[in-house]
Ligand binder design. Structure first.
Ligand code: C2E
Ligand code: CA
Ligand code: CA
Length: 710
């Protein structure tokens, strides 16, 4: 904790020293100046008194003859000589009867006409000194002298002198102040350096900093002491960190393999489970046990066993590296946490898996790596691994139950004959296995020519005949028979195979349509594009290339895209659509109404056709909601200049209702299920509408009957 001092009354050391210096110095200089003034005053005063007394006695002596002979004139002259002494303001001579005999007076001053005593005397006041001096002749008192000395002159002199003294003191103070400031600075600089260093150390906990030397002994000692203290703290800090690391390693890591231990694994698992819960993602844990490890340990010794465990840990680490780079890495390697729980039990935590298969891929890879022989003292030892997998949230909702279930799954794998891998839930194992098989088969299906196309006719209500067909893919699996697209298209979209498959579909459909055209049936063919194909920057080039190669006019090709694909990235999407549209390729929005297209959005897209999703056609003609929706779609499409195809038309009523609503095109089992290309020409010649004023659709039963008749 940092102690915070109140800052309001804080000053710097320099300021404080400066103030103390100034006060002390000021006092000292003032006292000295006052002493000088006082002493010079007293000296001046005493010398004035002495001088005046001498003057009085000299005058008194010189005046004796004048008094003796009563010569007032010479007495007056004698006193007039005092004009030379500016201090003397008045003087007088008195006869032995103490009556004034002669006087000297500066204007505005006076002398007494008689005095009380002729004895030697000095009286004084703030402003004057009065001397009385007897005048003697041959030891006989014959009169007296009075002398008045003014002190104003003395005071004036003293004031002048005080001014000079104080001025000198002030100057001395100024000079001293500057010198002191310099001195302060030279002393304070190293102290400030030390305090800055201290701040740095406490702020950054950087105990490696050191104070520099100083040329002042005490400060040097202080810096050295400070450095010693830092040194000790640094040493202690290093030791503490090492101890902490060691404790941490012991508490969280396995000393043999360096992998995290059970404790650390459980903590991380707990955290990841909370994240997965929050982000609604899946995570998997793999629980691996080496088959036959106990035998090795018993027969070849623990040291060998330890060695194998270390090698196994290394292989595990390799096993989680992304490998399936053909399409995209299913997992982020940096997020996988491996751990050794103890003995020959290892775990791997794989957060954020898209599907359980991703975990299985990692497990397969680990098993493959483990199967490689370990070479021990020239002998090859083959060990296999049994792996159990538990998936959050499917197999448990907290760390400990997930770990327990992965452990159970591992035992299950061992039961299944070791070198095996099992999910905790059996159905998951099966499902995943099925999917993996399907995926690996799908990779070869194109080369093995296992795909085919079927075509579903689309009835044009304006022309009253079939003008177009939709191409739909089928996978003729050698063992599983015909697999419908919904069972493998999502898989192909996940692993990217949809791009080559989609290209094959387009090429085949265009080739079939071109052939029909040569046979005299100018049918438009609609081909489904998956969002992933749509994002392919080569799409336009590929489409135009195929049109060129097959010789199909672009207006006989319609590409069906979904709302999702169009909405995803408006800029690039719009550019692609415009490029295709410019070439007169038709664009249809598939499954319309199930997505989230906004009106303003549709307006900007160069679309030709909206395909109303089957779900809206289903309830027709009785379901009022569906009727309203289809009506709304139709009126909107008309406003935007699009035609409308209704999908999933299965009954006569639906067909009639849609015809009444003035839908443009109808598609569905009522007209035909999707059929092979060879069957299409026959469907074209069939009559769908009854002749006559009502132009109703013909009942399929009678249509079939008339077909048979034909
Ligand atoms: P979609 O494009 O909506 O195709 C219409 C689906 O509805 C087809 O199923 C078709 O057989 C079926 N259908 C047609 N008429 C009716 C009817 O009257 N009633 C009912 N209940 N269903 C009818 P299919 O062939 O199984 O295709 C399913 C989906 O697979 C297609 O839906 C399409 O999204 C996708 N798909 C099919 N072929 C391809 C392809 O070559 N490429 C891509 N990317 N997707 C395709
Ligand atoms: Ca479609
Ligand atoms: Ca559709």
């Amino acid at each position: 904790m940092k102690h915070v001092l109140p800052t309001a009354r804080l000053t710097t050391l320099g300021d404080r020293l400066q103030r103390v210096n100034r006060i002390t110095l000021g006092f000292a200089l003032l006292i000295v100046a006052l002493l000088i003034i006082a002493s010079s005053f007293s000296i001046s005063l005493f010398s004035l008194v002495d001088a005046s007394r001498v003057k009085a006695s000299v005058l008194a002596e010189n005046a004796s003859a004048s008094l003796m002979f009563q010569d007032a004139r010479s007495a007056q002259e004698l006193l007039q000589s005092l004009q030379q002494s500016p201090d003397v303001h008045a003087a007088a001579l008195y006869d032995k009867n103490r009556q004034q005999f002669a006087s000297f007076v500066v204007p505005e001053h006076s002398v007494p006409a008689s005095i009380g005593s002729l004895q030697e005397n000095m009286a004084y006041g703030w402003e004057y000194l009065n001397f009385t001096q007897p005048v003697m002749l041959d030891g006989e008192l014959i009169g007296g002298l009075y002398l008045n000395v003014d002190l104003a002159m003395l005071y004036m002199q003293m004031a002048w002198q005080a001014t000079i003294t104080l001025g000198a003191a002030f100057l001395a103070m100024l000079v001293a102040n500057t010198l002191l400031r310099r001195l302060n600075r030279s002393v304070l600089q190293p102290i400030n350096g030390l305090s800055a260093l201290m701040e740095q150390v406490s702020d950054q906990n950087d105990y490696s900093a050191r104070a520099g030397p100083s040329d002042i002994t005490e400060l040097n000692a202080l810096a050295e002491g400070f450095n010693d203290m830092l040194e000790q703290i640094q040493q202690r800090d290093i030791a503490r960190k090492e101890a902490e690391n060691k404790t941490l390693r012991l508490a969280y890591f396995d000393s043999l393999t360096g992998l995290p231990n059970r404790q650390s694994f459980l903590e991380r698992l707990g955290r990841e489970v909370r994240i997965a819960e929050r982000e609604k993602t899946r995570l998997a844990i793999l629980f691996m046990d080496l088959d036959g490890f106990k035998g090795i340990n018993d027969s070849m010794g623990h040291n060998t066993g330890d060695l194998i465990l270390q090698w196994a840990a290394d292989r595990l680490q390799q096993g989680i590296r992304p490998y399936d780079m053909v399409v995209r890495a299913p997992i982020d390697e940096s997020e996988v946490e491996l751990a050794r729980l103890g003995g020959d039990e290892f775990t791997a935590l794989i957060p954020r898996i898209a599907k359980p298969e991703d975990a299985l891929l990692v497990a397969h890879r680990i098993r493959e790596l483990m199967r490689r022989p370990f070479v021990l003292e020239g002998r090859e030892v083959v060990l296999t691994a049994s792996i159990g997998i538990a998936v959050y949230p499917d197999d448990g909702e907290d760390a400990s139950s997930l770990l327990k279930h992965a452990d159970t799954a591992m035992y299950h794998a061992k039961d299944e004959g070791r070198d095996n891998c099992q999910f905790y839930s059996a159905s998951l194992t099966e499902r995943v296995q099925h999917r993996l098989n399907l995926e690996s088969n799908l990779r070869h299906a194109l080369a093995r020519n296992e795909f085919s196309l079927v075509y579903q006719p689309q009835f044009d209500l304006i022309r009253g005949s079939i003008q177009s067909v939709e191409a739909l893919i089928r996978w003729n699996h050698p063992e599983q028979g015909v697999i419908p697209p919904l069972d493998f298209i999502p898989l192909a979209e996940e692993n990217g195979l949809i791009v080559p498959i989609g290209e094959w579909v387009l090429r085949t459909a265009c080739a079939d349509a071109a052939r029909w055209r040569h046979e005299g049936h100018a049918l438009r063919v609609a081909v489904n594009l998956s969002p992933m194909q749509f994002k392919d920057p080569e799409l336009v080039k590929m489409v135009l290339g195929i049109l060129g190669q097959t010789g199909l006019p672009p207006e006989l090709l319609e590409l069906e895209i979904t709302e999702g694909a169009v909405m995803e990235d408006s800029g690039a999407t719009l550019a692609t659509l415009e490029a295709l549209s410019l070439q007169r390729v038709q664009i249809a929005l598939d499954d319309f109404g199930t997505g989230y297209s906004s009106m303003s959005y549709l307006k900007r897209m160069p679309l030709n056709n909206l395909k109303v999703d089957q779900s809206f056609v289903k309830g027709l003609p009785h379901d009022r909601d569906n009727r309203a929706i289809v009506r709304a779609i139709l009126s909107m499409a008309r406003n935007l200049g699009f035609s409308v195809t209704a999908e999933g038309v299965e009954t006569l009523e639906q067909a009639d209702a849609l015809k009444k609503m003035a839908c443009d095109t109808l598609q569905g089992y009522y007209f035909s299920r999707p059929v092979p290309a060879a069957d299409i020409p026959a469907l074209l010649s069939r009559q769908w509408l009854a002749d006559g004023p009502s132009t109703c659709f013909i009942d399929p039963a009678s249509a079939a009957a008339s077909d048979q008749g034909a």
